[in-house]
Design a protein around this ligand. Structure first.
Ligand SMILES: Nc1ncnc2c1ncn2[C@@H]1O[C@H](COP(=O)(O)OP(=O)(O)OP(=O)(O)O)[C@@H](O)[C@H]1O
Length: 123
Protein backbone atom coordinates (compact mmCIF):
# COMPACT_ATOMS: atom_id res chain seq x y z
CA UNK A 1 0.00 0.00 0.00
CA UNK A 2 1.43 3.36 -0.96
CA UNK A 3 0.30 6.92 -0.26
CA UNK A 4 0.46 8.14 -3.86
CA UNK A 5 -2.62 10.04 -5.02
CA UNK A 6 -5.05 8.14 -7.26
CA UNK A 7 -4.31 8.97 -10.86
CA UNK A 8 -6.51 7.93 -13.78
CA UNK A 9 -3.52 8.38 -16.13
CA UNK A 10 -1.48 5.89 -14.09
CA UNK A 11 -4.39 3.40 -14.14
CA UNK A 12 -4.63 3.74 -17.94
CA UNK A 13 -0.85 3.21 -18.18
CA UNK A 14 -1.17 0.01 -16.12
CA UNK A 15 -3.73 -1.29 -18.62
CA UNK A 16 -1.39 -0.35 -21.46
CA UNK A 17 1.46 -2.35 -19.87
CA UNK A 18 -0.85 -5.32 -19.26
CA UNK A 19 -2.03 -5.28 -22.89
CA UNK A 20 1.61 -5.10 -23.96
CA UNK A 21 2.16 -8.29 -21.89
CA UNK A 22 -0.79 -9.97 -23.61
CA UNK A 23 0.64 -9.00 -27.01
CA UNK A 24 4.10 -10.33 -26.04
CA UNK A 25 2.58 -13.62 -24.88
CA UNK A 26 0.27 -14.36 -27.82
CA UNK A 27 2.58 -13.05 -30.56
CA UNK A 28 6.17 -13.65 -29.42
CA UNK A 29 5.82 -16.67 -27.13
CA UNK A 30 5.56 -20.04 -28.92
CA UNK A 31 3.53 -21.60 -26.11
CA UNK A 32 1.28 -18.53 -26.17
CA UNK A 33 0.54 -19.04 -29.85
CA UNK A 34 -0.27 -22.73 -29.26
CA UNK A 35 -2.65 -21.78 -26.41
CA UNK A 36 -4.31 -19.10 -28.53
CA UNK A 37 -4.86 -21.64 -31.32
CA UNK A 38 -6.26 -24.23 -28.87
CA UNK A 39 -8.56 -21.63 -27.29
CA UNK A 40 -9.91 -20.57 -30.70
CA UNK A 41 -10.63 -24.23 -31.60
CA UNK A 42 -12.37 -24.86 -28.24
CA UNK A 43 -14.46 -21.68 -28.51
CA UNK A 44 -15.35 -22.43 -32.15
CA UNK A 45 -16.43 -25.97 -31.20
CA UNK A 46 -18.46 -24.58 -28.29
CA UNK A 47 -20.38 -22.27 -30.64
CA UNK A 48 -20.89 -25.13 -33.12
CA UNK A 49 -22.22 -27.49 -30.42
CA UNK A 50 -24.43 -24.74 -28.88
CA UNK A 51 -23.23 -25.27 -25.31
CA UNK A 52 -25.44 -24.36 -22.37
CA UNK A 53 -24.52 -21.38 -20.16
CA UNK A 54 -22.97 -23.66 -17.51
CA UNK A 55 -20.95 -25.56 -20.13
CA UNK A 56 -19.68 -22.23 -21.52
CA UNK A 57 -18.65 -21.15 -18.02
CA UNK A 58 -16.72 -24.42 -17.54
CA UNK A 59 -14.96 -24.16 -20.94
CA UNK A 60 -14.08 -20.46 -20.53
CA UNK A 61 -12.93 -21.17 -16.95
CA UNK A 62 -10.47 -23.88 -17.95
CA UNK A 63 -9.23 -21.92 -20.98
CA UNK A 64 -8.52 -18.95 -18.69
CA UNK A 65 -6.84 -21.18 -16.09
CA UNK A 66 -4.44 -22.62 -18.69
CA UNK A 67 -3.63 -19.25 -20.22
CA UNK A 68 -3.12 -17.55 -16.83
CA UNK A 69 -0.87 -20.43 -15.67
CA UNK A 70 1.16 -20.26 -18.90
CA UNK A 71 1.56 -16.46 -18.71
CA UNK A 72 2.80 -16.73 -15.10
CA UNK A 73 5.08 -19.62 -16.11
CA UNK A 74 6.56 -17.52 -18.93
CA UNK A 75 7.08 -14.56 -16.56
CA UNK A 76 8.76 -16.75 -13.93
CA UNK A 77 11.02 -18.33 -16.58
CA UNK A 78 12.11 -14.91 -17.84
CA UNK A 79 12.76 -13.64 -14.32
CA UNK A 80 14.69 -16.82 -13.45
CA UNK A 81 16.85 -16.43 -16.58
CA UNK A 82 17.84 -12.90 -15.45
CA UNK A 83 18.38 -13.85 -11.80
CA UNK A 84 20.45 -16.92 -12.67
CA UNK A 85 21.55 -17.32 -16.29
CA UNK A 86 23.77 -20.20 -15.14
CA UNK A 87 22.41 -23.63 -14.18
CA UNK A 88 21.29 -23.65 -10.54
CA UNK A 89 19.44 -26.44 -8.67
CA UNK A 90 17.02 -23.94 -7.06
CA UNK A 91 16.19 -22.40 -10.46
CA UNK A 92 15.42 -25.91 -11.70
CA UNK A 93 12.91 -26.32 -8.84
CA UNK A 94 11.36 -22.87 -9.51
CA UNK A 95 10.97 -23.56 -13.25
CA UNK A 96 9.70 -27.12 -12.74
CA UNK A 97 7.09 -25.86 -10.24
CA UNK A 98 5.93 -23.14 -12.63
CA UNK A 99 5.68 -25.73 -15.43
CA UNK A 100 3.73 -28.04 -13.08
CA UNK A 101 1.09 -25.30 -12.65
CA UNK A 102 0.56 -25.28 -16.42
CA UNK A 103 0.36 -29.07 -16.56
CA UNK A 104 -2.25 -29.24 -13.78
CA UNK A 105 -4.38 -26.58 -15.51
CA UNK A 106 -3.95 -28.38 -18.86
CA UNK A 107 -5.03 -31.76 -17.37
CA UNK A 108 -8.11 -30.08 -15.93
CA UNK A 109 -8.88 -28.48 -19.31
CA UNK A 110 -8.59 -31.85 -21.11
CA UNK A 111 -10.85 -33.52 -18.52
CA UNK A 112 -13.51 -30.78 -18.71
CA UNK A 113 -13.28 -30.67 -22.52
CA UNK A 114 -13.69 -34.46 -22.70
CA UNK A 115 -16.71 -34.45 -20.33
CA UNK A 116 -18.46 -31.73 -22.34
CA UNK A 117 -17.46 -32.45 -25.94
CA UNK A 118 -17.21 -36.27 -26.19
CA UNK A 119 -20.91 -37.02 -25.50
CA UNK A 120 -22.00 -34.28 -27.94
CA UNK A 121 -19.61 -35.39 -30.68
CA UNK A 122 -19.62 -39.18 -30.45
CA UNK A 123 -22.52 -40.45 -28.30
N1 LIG B 1 19.12 -22.06 -15.00
C1 LIG B 1 18.67 -23.29 -14.84
N2 LIG B 1 19.11 -24.05 -13.81
C2 LIG B 1 18.64 -25.32 -13.64
N3 LIG B 1 17.73 -25.92 -14.42
C3 LIG B 1 17.24 -25.22 -15.45
C4 LIG B 1 17.68 -23.87 -15.72
N4 LIG B 1 17.02 -23.44 -16.83
C5 LIG B 1 16.21 -24.44 -17.20
N5 LIG B 1 16.33 -25.50 -16.39
C6 LIG B 1 15.61 -26.79 -16.49
O1 LIG B 1 15.16 -26.95 -17.83
C7 LIG B 1 13.71 -26.98 -17.87
C8 LIG B 1 13.27 -26.22 -19.09
O2 LIG B 1 13.63 -24.85 -18.91
P1 LIG B 1 13.29 -23.73 -19.95
O3 LIG B 1 13.57 -22.41 -19.37
O4 LIG B 1 13.96 -24.06 -21.24
O5 LIG B 1 11.73 -23.97 -20.01
P2 LIG B 1 10.86 -24.42 -21.23
O6 LIG B 1 9.56 -24.83 -20.65
O7 LIG B 1 11.57 -25.38 -22.11
O8 LIG B 1 10.82 -23.00 -21.89
P3 LIG B 1 10.00 -22.48 -23.10
O9 LIG B 1 8.75 -21.98 -22.47
O10 LIG B 1 10.88 -21.38 -23.61
O11 LIG B 1 9.79 -23.62 -24.06
C9 LIG B 1 13.25 -26.34 -16.55
O12 LIG B 1 11.96 -26.80 -16.16
C10 LIG B 1 14.35 -26.80 -15.62
O13 LIG B 1 14.14 -28.14 -15.18
Amino acid sequence: MDNQKFSITDRIKSFKYAFHGIKLFFINDHNGRVHLFAAIIAIGLSFYLKLSALEWIAILGVISAVIVAEILNAAIEKLADVVSPAIHPKIKIVKDLAAAAVLVAAFLAVAVGAIIFIPKLFL
